[in-house]
Ligand binder design. Structure first.
Ligand code: ASP
Length: 341
């Protein structure tokens, strides 16, 4: 079957949140570019959007400065509980259909298969995004959590690690510092402050040459989170969404992102607007509804890219054949609303 090829594209984010310390900016930028380059190479050699976003997110999970995989933030009890998800929409291949003089392919009629997988509260898996993909491809379910997810990982042949192996010295020190700070503050004020996102959740969205569209997100969660808390990054429609219209990955205060179904709403709005406009509107609506801080990256089937956030800081790496691979620190929409290199 002759297939209609398209030009691939990918966007990755490294979380929206508190301002990034000056001495970490260069290292984060290099980490983002290296991860996005991996995904871009997969796309350029004809690989799928799914392979590209999983490889990009897994590379960021392995990087100690990002709040996902190794180096994830710890919960209020000093333990690791990671969330991740993936979603893939790809054209259904099938026989050509002859209609008069025209030969039509099912994929031209928006005939897409859509699948998703997610994990929550895992602490013994090196790359939660890969486990999310296994849930999607090798189980009848969409979301597996905690011990059940880890047992599933083992059954899939994944090596389980000791949670301590996933805790970086930096994450442990941050947890201790937070505890010290909390002890000095009034309980309620501390609880409120502790839910503000820190920089470092990761996500990627891509479209491949066969018009497959994928999204993936992975996080250690928000600082000070309670034992057992699951955030948006494990919830399809909230932190991750992919569809025939496009794909989205979110970051920021998970409770607000879940409440507003941020990624699903944004992707469905691509029917009416460009990713750039839709991303801004989605964040503006989230602010109106919750007053929280969050960010989103968006890509449509025409390979147009958009992003917006209202936190102190957010970074993205984007790849498209016209512009190549680029890294950007994004200004928040409420303040300037324009990209800064
Ligand atoms: N959205 C993530 C969560 O709530 C955290 C983040 O993106 O910073 O778990």
């Amino acid at each position: 079957m002759a297939s209609r090829r398209t030009i691939p594209a990918l966007v990755a984010h490294g979380g929206a949140g508190a301002a990034t310390a000056g001495d970490e900016r260069g290292e984060r930028r290099r980490g983002m570019l290296a991860a996005a380059r991996l995904g871009a190479k997969i796309l350029q050699s004809g690989g799928s959007a799914l392979d590209a976003v999983v490889a990009t997110v897994a590379a960021l999970e392995d990087h100690p400065l990002f709040n996902a995989g190794y180096g994830s933030l710890l919960n209020s009890e000093g333990n690791l509980e990671m969330d991740a998800s993936v979603m893939y929409a790809h054209p259904v291949s099938g026989p050509e259909v002859k209609r008069g003089k025209e030969t039509r392919h099912p994929a031209e009629d928006d005939d897409y298969d859509v699948s998703a997988g997610a994990v929550a509260l895992v602490s013994r898996v090196r790359n939660p995004v890969m486990l999310a993909r296994a849930v999607m491809e090798r189980s009848p379910h969409i979301l597996l959590a905690a011990l059940g997810a880890e047992r599933f990982a083992r059954n899939c042949g994944m090596r389980l690690v000791k949670p301590a192996e996933m805790i970086s010295p930096r994450a442990r020190e941050r947890w201790r510092a937070r505890k010290r700070q909390q002890a000095e503050e009034l309980a309620q004020a501390a609880a409120r402050a502790s839910m503000l996102p820190e920089h470092g959740t990761v996500g990627a969205i891509a479209i491949d040459q066969d018009r497959g569209i994928a999204a993936a997100t992975s996080t250690g969660g928000v600082p000070g989170k309670l034992f057992g808390r699951i955030g948006d990054s494990a919830i399809i429609g909230a932190g991750t969404f992919a569809h025939v219209l496009g794909a989205a990955s979110a970051t920021g205060q998970g409770e607000a992102i879940i409440l507003t179904s941020l990624c699903r709403e944004a992707v469905l709005a691509l029917a009416e607007g460009s990713p750039e406009v839709v991303a801004r509107e989605a964040i503006a609506e989230m602010i109106d509804a919750t007053g929280a801080e969050a960010g989103v990256i968006l890509l449509d089937r025409r390979r147009r890219i958009g992003y917006a956030h209202n936190a102190a800081s957010m970074q993205v790496a984007r790849f498209d054949p016209a512009g190549g691979l680029r890294h950007l620190w994004l200004a928040p929409i409420a303040r300037v609303g324009r990209d800064r290199k």
